[in-house]
Design a protein around this ligand. Structure first.
Ligand SMILES: [Ca+2]
Ligand SMILES: [Ca+2]
Length: 252
């Protein structure tokens, strides 16, 4: 189903991104030993800072996505393997994390799944364009890892996530803190053939319906290992991802 939402205040037509409207979260452990973390994902790209070969200027954007707390090793994808058919495809192709969130709920290695979909300072689910940010908060116990997923807005099936095993949330029992942008990687889901970013007719903002585009029948790959003839921005030039643990009465 195609949800038509026009983010007039954001200056971006959002029709075509499959947006989810409700926060979903599952927290299996509420007991002691939990630390509350907040992750902020900022789009620090320049407005209209991307340029297609035909001169079309476009803005880098990131889609709604998930903050997944897990103890297993590859909760969402395995490098060099085909998409599992559990929702990564709609996250990567439509920017819609709903199916992935749902399938992860029943996975034993998953501690919580939190959807982020509403830019900070707004009240409407939308992608984040330059100058906007998402935030997600969750609790985690030592031993837990974090996987973040979000679509590279104007692509066919590219998504951001850390390495397949996620980011350790604790170092020697201490919660991590600060800039984690360097851990975020641009991945190709291997489900749809690429068009030039920002102008491809089968990319989310322009395609006629979700899941439109040529099937790729490929595997999940780091974009560095994909030879598609297109260039993609350096991750640290377009986003800043920061994690902040809450101070607890027991700290120090
Ligand atoms: Ca692809
Ligand atoms: Ca498509």
């Amino acid at each position: 189903m195609l949800k038509q939402i026009v983010g007039a205040t954001l200056g971006l037509t959002l029709a075509g991104y499959g947006l989810v409207s409700a926060q979903q979260s599952k927290t299996m452990e509420k007991a002691g030993g939990m630390t509350k973390f907040t992750v902020k994902i900022e789009n620090i790209a320049v407005k209209d800072g991307m340029k297609a070969k035909d001169g079309t200027k476009w803005s880098f954007a990131m889609s709604p996505g998930l903050c997944i707390v897990h103890t297993n090793n590859a909760p969402v994808f395995s490098v060099g393997k085909k998409d599992r058919g559990k929702g990564l495809e709609s996250q990567a192709e439509e920017g819609n994390p709903a199916a992935l969130a749902k399938s992860l709920q029943s996975d034993k290695g998953i501690k919580s799944v939190t959807v982020f979909n509403t830019p900070v300072g707004t009240d409407t689910p939308a992608p984040i364009i330059p100058g906007y940010a998402y935030e997600c908060s969750f609790e985690a116990a030592p031993g837990s890892k974090l996987t973040i997923t979000s679509m590279f807005g104007q692509s066919n099936d590219l998504f951001y996530a850390p390495s397949e095993s996620g980011i350790a949330l604790f170092n020697n029992g201490k919660p991590i803190s600060g800039d984690i942008t360097g851990k975020i990687i641009l991945w190709d889901a291997g489900t749809e053939v690429h068009e030039e970013p920002g102008v491809g007719p089968n990319q989310a903002p322009r395609q006629k319906a979700p899941n439109t585009g040529k099937d790729e029948n490929g595997v999940v790959k780091n974009i560095k290992d994909v030879k598609d003839g297109f260039s993609y921005p350096k991750t640290t030039a377009v986003m800043k991802v920061t994690i902040t643990p809450a101070k607890t009465p027991n700290s120090n």
